[in-house]
Design a protein around this ligand. Structure first.
Ligand code: ME8
Length: 512
């Protein structure tokens, strides 16, 4: 089975920050989880490089747009490398393959009668790269995201007959039995989209005459394709449209487009309309998460409060940074984050709960069993209890990208094992019953191995390391793949008797 997952392609006028990281890490966790569940995953990210915003940013920096794009796109790639993002492909909209796809779609829409020319005057927000009508603006006449007044622009453009798709869109967004049903998540945002859709759709500008930094229209080279149309098409370019029919058929339609609420309209209305216009299948799911603020403030370069991936990694390490970013606030609604809360969660979940469990288990094995999995009759009771705690709701939450809930389930499982240690009091068993002590430590190691396989998508590197620390056999990825299919714990457990353990050092040093 295949699974095609996409992040937005990010504008290159900004450096990668925690906002971009949030969507990208969440998508990566989903991609890794799906791979472990034997899906053939195509995971796409990239950069959005055309449009007036990029042209202005380049001019301000004294660079050509292409120079800026090359420099900034590389920064996104570096950030994703740092955060251990396992993308299948990184697309740039300035690539030749993308020009070919955009030209084909635009020509198709013209041929099918969905494009027409008209003189237009409208209010354009450069930040959003879109025209607004008065009713879309706030009480001060400003764009509600950028808090700036859009400038009046007048030009002769090509237009896309978006209005002619209103009924077809409503049907596909509201009727789960429709064969081309698009699921919008979360429900509240879906209702907002449907409400707005019911008010009626206006045709949208499809090209710009005054902006050179873009893809020229194949039928009128003096105009460039509107940057949002250009950008959305990236999702089909990357899987081979139009030249590589085989990969395109293999992966399209997308299983989930992930993004924040700011661009949900483009993905759930404009993109499906473009696809319908050309006769291509529609994405299955469009999932938007909230916007987060930092200490109650909007993050912005001018406020100087933007958190970079590097700062997160410097403070917490890569694996913990990935875990914290996606579990601190629920995936869906808006939320506020702060360094204090990130650190508190780090100390609670990772230093105290997980780190402590591993450290105390290995210490006992070191002290009493020569740093080996103790020789005992395999006791899998605790591992089975852990499996029951985690089992179905974990998978359900991972599939629904409720990562904070999935992580909570794992924390409950870790707490369960830590409690069992308190109940067993192995420190007294060491004086009274070495056989029982051996059996207890063995059981903790098996329980930890189950937990770690589930943590693997969140924290890939440290999970691999812990797998070796606890003397578990085989490659963790291969073992987890098998375990997620048959859910069977091998008779002798994952950490086999007499296997060598490793001293963990301090996996998650407490941060004050
Ligand atoms: O909109 N909270 O690019 P963009 C949560 N190029 N997520 C945030 C965030 C925050 N404070 N800030 C940014 C574009 N994001 C277009 C997309 S797709 C065909 C074209 C994340 O660089 C979130 O995923 O402005 C949001 O949707 C995206 O960055 C916007 O990125």
């Amino acid at each position: 089975m295949k699974c095609y997952i996409t992040t937005p392609i990010y504008y290159v006028n900004d450096i990668p920050h925690i906002g971009h990281s949030y969507t990208t890490i969440a998508s990566d966790i989903l991609a890794r989880w799906k791979r472990l569940n034997n899906f053939n995953v195509f995971f796409l990210t990239g950069t959005d490089e055309h449009g007036i915003k990029i042209a202005i940013a380049a001019k301000e920096k004294g660079k050509t747009p292409q120079e800026l794009c090359d420099e900034m796109s590389a920064k996104f790639k570096e950030a994703w490398k740092l955060l251990n993002i396992s993308y299948t492909d990184f697309i740039r909209t300035t690539e030749q393959r993308h020009f070919i796809a955009v030209e084909k779609i635009v020509q198709d829409l013209l041929d099918k009668g969905f494009i027409f020319k008209k003189k237009y005057e409208g209010l354009y927000c450069v930040g959003c790269e879109r025209f607004f009508t008065q009713k879309d603006l706030d009480e001060n006449g400003c764009c509600s995201f950028h808090k700036t007044k859009p400038a009046l622009q007048s030009e002769e453009n090509y237009f896309f007959k978006l209005s002619s798709f209103q009924d077809a869109l409503l049907e596909r967004l509201t009727n789960p039995n429709h064969k081309e049903y698009i699921e919008i998540q979360p429900e509240e945002r879906k209702n907002e989209i449907i409400g707005k859709l019911k008010l009626g759709l206006e045709d949208i500008s499809f090209s710009r005459s005054a902006i050179e930094w873009g893809i020229p229209l194949p039928f009128d080279k003096k105009q460039t394709v509107y940057v949002w149309v250009d950008a959305l098409i990236n999702y089909i370019t990357a899987i081979g449209y139009p030249k590589n029919e085989v990969t395109f058929q293999k992966y399209w339609p997308a299983d989930v487009h992930l993004m924040a609420k700011d661009i949900l309209w483009f993905h759930s209305v404009i993109w499906p309309a473009i696809l319908m216009g050309t006769g291509l299948p529609l994405p299955k799911k469009v999932y938007s998460h909230g916007f987060f603020t930092l200490d109650g403030n909007k993050m912005s370069k001018s406020l100087g409060n933007v958190i970079s991936p590097q700062e997160l990694v410097d403070k917490y390490g890569v694996d913990a940074a990935r875990y914290l970013v996606v579990t601190l606030i629920p995936f869906g609604p808006d939320g506020d984050i702060s360094w204090q809360e990130l650190t508190l969660k780090y100390n609670t979940d990772l230093a105290n709960n997980l780190g402590n469990l591993i450290s105390r288990t290995i210490k006992m094995a070191e002290k009493h069993f020569n740093l080996q999995v103790p020789e005992t009759k395999p006791d899998l009771e605790l591992a089975k209890k852990v499996t029951t705690t985690i089992k179905e709701s974990f998978a359900l939450n991972m599939d629904n990208i409720q990562l904070h809930k999935a992580a909570e389930i794992l924390q409950n499982a870790i707490t369960l094992v830590n409690r069992q240690i308190e109940i067993d009091t192995p420190w007294t068993l060491a004086k009274t019953d070495m056989n029982k002590l051996a059996s207890c430590i063995y059981s903790y190691l098996q329980a930890i191995s189950i937990i770690i396989m589930h943590l693997l998508s969140f924290m890939p590197s440290i999970s691999e390391k812990i797998w070796q620390i606890i003397g578990a056999s085989g490659n963790i990825n291969e073992t987890a793949k098998k375990y997620f299919i048959d859910a069977i714990i091998p008779e002798n457990g994952f950490s086999v008797v007499n296997s060598q353990l490793q001293t963990p050092g301090i996996l998650f040093p407490r941060i004050v």
